[in-house]
Design a protein around this ligand. Sequence first.
Ligand code: B12
Length: 184
Amino acid sequence: MYGKSLNLFVLLILGIVISQLVFSMPVGACCGQENKSVGTVIIATVEGDSHTFGKDSIASALEEEGFEVINLGNGISAESLAANAKEKKADFVFSSASMSTTMVHQIQIEEQLKAAGIRDKVITGVGGSLVTQAWADQIGADIYTAGSADAVSKAKSSLLKSNNNVLKNHIKVNESTSCKSYQR
Ligand code: B12
């Protein structure tokens, strides 16, 4: 009687350990994929600006689609964004500015990236309450969107244009397996 309960207890513990191992597996493991991001995005709300909702919604959407997102928060200077982008070898530098007085920092981001010698290595994206395509064109930013779904699709198409093999493989795997979500 005592022996049977002990066996049941051991089985229970084994069950818990196995389920924890299974649930902590990377999402891609079910498809035999490595845990690779499709691209690295540095994102922040610009200096002097505390509006975070828009920036965070873009960050979450990109993360869900397999991008590695480094969210620096709000009130971030152009210098800091450029330095982080260089250090982390980012593919994208995304900034959010929601006030007419803070949008000017998006110009400075373009300038700081040039000064750091990495403007041609990154894709810049701008957004925020008052930001428009005309503003993006005027300051030389690569991507503008008013919503998170568009931000994801524009980020992906820019990477495909730049011949990103990780993203191409992700798309192939998702077309040919039953795993629906993007693998990291
Ligand atoms: C919520 C809000 C706040 C909240 C912010 C809370 C938070 N943690 O974010 C609080 C109350 C703190 C706030 C404070 C202030 N606010 Co405010 N705020 C707003 C409000 C009502 C909504 C902004 C918002 O969150 N929208 C929801 C998100 C999801 O939308 P979104 O930001 O537009 O983001 C979307 C797109 O723009 C795009 N996007 C955004 N970022 C990015 C980045 C990239 C790379 C890409 C591709 C796309 C993208 O995708 C997002 C998702 O769809 C706007 C008015 C408005 N209708 O926009 C005013 C507004 C931005 N605020 C304004 C002002 C003036 C202020 C204050 C100065 C008020 C004050 N006197 O204290 C302070 C700012 C202090 C500071 N130094 O920053 C003004 C700015 C006006 C101007 N001409 O500059 C606005 C426009 C209101 C107005 N009509 O007067 N605010």
